[in-house]
Design a protein around this ligand. Structure first.
Ligand SMILES: NC(=O)c1ccc[n+]([C@@H]2O[C@H](COP(=O)([O-])OP(=O)(O)OC[C@H]3O[C@@H](n4cnc5c(N)ncnc54)[C@H](OP(=O)(O)O)[C@@H]3O)[C@@H](O)[C@H]2O)c1
Length: 349
């Protein structure tokens, strides 16, 4: 099983290399790309990977899109949006299966993608792309040739709200609110002033308060679950962490809801899902409980004073929010258990 990683110097590419090195099917990483590090040995760029799998023999390449065909059976596309839509047509035509970590194939409508990102150059592939959230789409993922791995914030918020929306238990005339904070790796590895140490450490900020690009993706999936068009008031924040997302979603239930019943609903909904942990009532979640893992922890609260249900979800943005989820999708596409290679516990403290 040959695997290629496009964008293998980024944080999600690095996380993929970490996870694939311990995967039981022993995938052979046959090609890793970076335009900036072309020609350099992987383990000279990332000495932490020395001695793992075949990594001491790998060198970065910067091939043209058409030169990648035939180099691997599976490609993980871990580049910024815009790259995958150029790569997907020749790679799919050559018979490869793709898991794209960018936003290029997450939105079902090209017009919506254009409104939030840029014009789409491969809109004909949107209909065949499967949204890679295993809890909702496992059967379709197992058959897919092109999986659109979800965004990190959408993963945390859609998993938090899915049971309530699918059961039609939310008040239709009340807004859905989601506040979420992400660690700094969520912005990628490229240096920028806003991500530099002194700008980030010992501070906490809101950003893109209206109109973050994950909004249409969250709304698309929540609307599908509810069976009607929904909007969400989503506010992202930057937390002085390397990894982790903590999202708090607020929703008005259609009828007064008993917390025990609410928890039972979530336990039933996620019973087949090995990576969602519905925590006991009163559990106060923190990102360190999921660091380095593919878990999504959910904590449920009924606030009797406001009449709102609050669901707090925690994930590791690089693992569950990106590369761990991509490996879970890889497993499903291979017809193997979703959990393979993802059994590690959280790195704590
Ligand atoms: N970070 C997260 O928490 C997270 C979570 C979910 C999804 N994602 C998505 O996953 C993708 C990768 O994110 P990241 O955080 O790993 O980004 P990153 O740290 O900025 O790394 C980007 C990688 O892509 C390569 N690259 C850049 N432009 C490219 C192009 N036009 N064609 C081919 N390769 C290109 C870069 O290497 P060279 O420039 O040297 O080629 C680098 O290896 C993004 O689409 C991001 O939105 C990220």
């Amino acid at each position: 099983m040959k695997v290629g990683i496009i964008g293998a110097t980024g944080y999600t590419g690095l996380e993929l290399l970490r996870l694939l090195a311990q995967h039981p099917v022993r995938p052979e990483v046959s090609v890793i790309t970076s335009r900036q590090e072309e020609g350099r040995a992987l383990t000279s760029v990332f000495p932490s990977l020395a001695g793992l799998a075949n990594y001491d023999r790998l060198h970065y390449e910067a091939p043209a899109e058409t030169e990648l065909a035939g180099r691997a059976d599976f490609f993980f596309l871990a580049a910024p949006h815009g790259a995958a839509m150029a790569l997907a047509p020749p790679l799919l035509s050559a018979g490869a299966r793709l898991i794209d970590l960018s936003a290029d194939f997450r939105l079902r409508e090209a017009e919506v993608f254009q409104e939030w990102y840029q014009p789409h150059t491969a809109p004909h592939l949107l209909a065949q792309a499967v949204y890679g959230l295993p809890e909702l789409y496992a059967p379709q993922i197992s058959q897919a040739r092109l999986v659109a791995n979800p965004g990190c914030y959408p993963t945390s918020i859609v998993l938090a709200l899915a049971p309530l929306l699918q059961k039609g238990l939310t008040a239709p005339d009340r807004p859905i609110i989601a506040d979420a904070a992400s660690g700094v790796t969520g912005a990628g590895r490229g240096a920028s002033l806003g991500n530099s140490f002194c700008e980030v450490q010992d501070s906490f900020k809101a950003y893109k308060v209206v109109g973050h690009r994950h909004t249409p993706e969250i709304e698309q999936e929540l609307s599908r679950l509810a069976g009607r068009s929904l909007t969400v008031a989503f506010t992202p924040h930057l937390a002085p962490l390397n990894r982790g997302i903590l999202a708090t979603s607020y929703v008005a239930p259609a009828v007064k809801i008993d917390p025990e019943e609410l928890r039972s609903l979530y336990l039933d909904f996620y019973r087949p899902s090995p990576f969602v942990r519905v925590r006991p009532l009163g559990f106060e979640p923190q990102t360190s409980e999921v660091r380095g893992t593919n878990f999504c922890d959910l904590s449920l609260f009924y606030d009797h004073r406001s009449g709102l249900v609050k669901i707090i979800s925690t994930i590791d943005n690089l693992c569950r929010g990106a590369s761990g989820q991509a490996v879970a999708n890889f497993n499903l596409m291979l017809g193997r258990p979703e959990t393979e290679g993802l059994g590690q516990g959280p790195l704590r403290p």
